[in-house]
Design a protein around this ligand. Structure first.
Ligand code: GAR
Length: 219
């Protein structure tokens, strides 16, 4: 029997479809992946992400923001659920709520977000539409550590895709999404393996060791 060190326990926060959650679940299904998904937490009941988690045998919780009087109270409930489940690292995967500074500081250096643009361009919503309108020729996605500022924080991984003259929002979103699914598990692996050193607002990522087989030309 091969000895494998304990896996880092990841909590994934979702609000919708959950295709990035699926990419993380699929990666974690590999016995060699250094993290396991220990909890999927949604602020919206009935979303497809919850079904994906259940299908993978991962515990789920629904904590509805509308049941709380304040953002702080909602965030405190999420924080408690994550800690109760023994979560060590949090991944935001299409989680569409702003987080309070208190929650973010409690998970500093241990919370990742995926954003559908090449940050620092196109923070916020409707990134694909805005990229087309701006006429950029390259667009993409970013995985970054979460800091209190929206869509800010040290960048761990990015992937770029071309913007074609024929693109509409949906075709561009689909091209970017395929890259999101590729780089999110890679970035999570880098963080879990302790290969990320934060220097100011910059994440310095160690190159993979010999024979470790991580290939990601964008990083
Ligand atoms: C993804 O494209 C993700 O990058 C984006 O929402 C989508 C969720 O899809 N996140 C944000 O815009 C966060 N600001 P998914 O539920 O299928 O992973």
């Amino acid at each position: 029997m091969t000895f494998r060190p304990a896996k880092a326990k990841v909590g994934v926060l979702v609000s919708g479809r959950g295709s990035n959650l699926q990419a993380l679940l699929d990666a974690a299904a590999d016995p060699a992946f250094p993290a396991e998904i220990g909890l999927v937490l949604s602020n919206v009941p009935g979303v497809y992400a919850l079904e994906r988690a259940a299908r993978a045998g991962v515990p789920t919780r629904v904590i509805e923001h509308k049941d709380f009087a304040s953002r702080d109270a909602f965030d405190a409930a999420m924080d408690a659920a994550l800690r109760e489940a023994g979560v060590e690292i949090v991944c935001l995967a299409g989680f569409m709520r702003l987080l309070s500074a208190g929650f973010v500081s409690g998970w500093a250096g241990r919370m990742l977000n995926i954003h559908p643009a090449l940050l620092p361009s196109f923070k916020g919503l409707h990134t694909h539409r805005r990229a087309i309108e701006a006429g950029v020729k390259l667009h993409g996605c970013t995985v970054h550590l979460v800091t209190p500022e929206l869509d800010d924080g040290p960048i761990l991984a990015q992937a770029a895709v071309p913007v074609l003259a024929s693109d509409d929002e949906d075709s561009l979103a689909a091209r970017v999404l395929a890259e999101e699914h590729r780089i999110y598990p890679l970035a999570l692996r880098l963080l879990v393996e302790g290969r990320v050193r934060v220097d100011g607002n910059r994440a310095v990522v160690d190159a993979p060791g010999p024979g470790e087989g991580i290939r990601n030309p964008e990083m």
